[in-house]
Design a protein around this ligand. Structure first.
Ligand SMILES: NC(=O)C1=CN([C@@H]2O[C@H](COP(=O)(O)OP(=O)(O)OC[C@H]3O[C@@H](n4cnc5c(N)ncnc54)[C@H](O)[C@@H]3O)[C@@H](O)[C@H]2O)C=CC1
Ligand SMILES: CC(C)CC(=O)C(=O)O
Ligand SMILES: [Mg+2]
Length: 359
């Protein structure tokens, strides 16, 4: 089993070190090969996704990814910016299905900014389409406005688009996931305004005909954003497009206590996957040793489950994470009174110790 380890930038390197440590203490044989990505790769090789990094990711059984980005690269031409690395990996590996489970662990009920009764027991799954939508649509660019009230003025434009097969395949993923859970899917769109998302709603409804045992509800994204904080436990599987999923998953992260708790799996049709925390490189806390490594450690558990066929090892990691939370250990983002604040490394060490204590 070969795992490509891509730490990236900012807290990416700090949280990855802890995930690698956790993987290393399982009784499994992995080959782990590390490569630079994002700003780190731009500095070393002049490109955020060098050919060797992409080749490693393609050849591996799974990719474990940290995070990329730093404000200092914001003025680079877009193709050279660190974020292009993760977008390029998703596109090149055809990782169209992004699973972002938002689980509120019992011990973190009081870490959320929402009332405990709203989040206690929360277990929802956001399925975000990851290779289409306005993040990838062409054409895009800047030009002199060709028409309208501001004709001749500078303007910028992006293209929102989805094809039928792109919507069909993510809808199948969502209905199949729902069959293994509570048999209900909420499809989130903006069909009242956008043609792209009226089409999304039509195609999801058509695919639903093949899943009569699963309940389907549609909701506009603005209402969904509200329902997520009003009554999140009413929701189970949410399927949505790339941009809405990006935004809603950060919002859902706060239901779990912190974005530092939200893992993710991005899969292609062959179940090859890239696993990463849902957060970014957090330049505001990078280098301080305070980042929460649990989203990355939980992403490694998802990797063992989905791509490496190691369900037992995945469950061991998840149990170890629960154990350290039960011990009262907290990084700053999930700290609450009466618990013990620890740094990134101490949290990783505690997960390793909890794994070893399982025998
Ligand atoms: N997949 C990726 O590599 C992603 C990269 N980015 C990039 O990351 C950079 C920073 O973006 P932001 O919008 O600030 O989002 P961010 O997710 O990096 O940080 C948002 C806030 O959450 C906190 N945070 C994030 N992860 C945390 C963790 N593990 N533990 C404790 N606190 C944590 C940060 O300190 C910050 O206050 C940008 O360059 C952005 O483009 C953003 C999202 C995803
Ligand atoms: C570079 C961004 C598209 C990454 C992001 O915000 C995400 O995947 O959540
Ligand atoms: Mg995001």
């Amino acid at each position: 089993m070969k795992i490509a380890i891509l730490p990236g930038d900012g807290i990416g390197t700090e949280i990855m070190a802890e995930a690698v440590k956790v993987l290393g203490c399982l009784d499994l044989r992995f080959e782990m090969e590390e490569a630079k990505v994002g700003g780190a790769a731009y500095e070393a090789h002049g490109h955020p996704l060098p050919p060797a990094t992409l080749a490693l990711a393609k050849a591996a059984d799974a990719v474990l990814f940290g995070a990329v980005g730093d404000w200092k690269y914001d003025k680079l031409d877009r193709p050279l910016r660190p974020e292009q690395a993760i977008l390029g990996l998703r596109k090149n590996l055809e990782l169209f299905a992004n699973f972002r489970p938002a689980i509120c662990y019992e011990e973190l009920t009081h870490a959320s900014t929402l009332k405990p009764e709203i989040v206690a027991g929360l277990d929802l799954l956001i399925i975000r389409e990851l290779t289409g939508d306005i993040y990838f649509g062409q054409p895009r660019g800047r030009r002199a406005s060709p028409d309208g009230a501001f004709a001749g003025a500078d303007e910028a434009f992006d293209t929102m688009r989805y094809s039928r097969p792109e919507i069909e395949r993510i809808a199948h993923v969502a209905f199949q996931a729902a069959r293994k859970r509570n048999k209900k899917v909420l499809s989130v769109d903006k069909a009242n305004v956008l043609e792209t998302f009226q089409f999304w709603r039509d195609v999801v409804t058509e695919v639903h005909a093949q899943y009569p045992d699963v309940a389907l509800e549609h909701m506009y994204v603005d209402n969904a954003a509200m329902q997520l904080v009003k009554d999140p436990k009413r929701l189970d599987v949410i399927v949505t497009g790339n941009m809405f999923g990006d935004i809603l998953s950060d919002e859902a992260a706060m239901l779990t206590g912190s974005i530092g708790m939200l893992p993710s799996a991005s899969l292609n049709a062959k179940n090859q996957g890239l696993y990463e925390p849902s957060h970014g490189s957090a330049p505001d806390i990078a280098g301080k040793g305070v980042a929460n490594p649990l989203a990355t450690i939980l992403s490694a558990a998802m990797m063992l489950r989905f791509s490496l066929n190691q369900e037992a090892a995945a469950q061991r990691i998840e149990a170890a994470v629960k154990a350290v939370l039960a011990q009262g250990l907290r990084t700053g983002d999930i700290y609450s009174e009466g618990t013990r604040k620890v740094g990134t490394r101490e949290m990783g060490d505690a997960v390793v110790a909890a794994l070893k204590a399982q025998g």
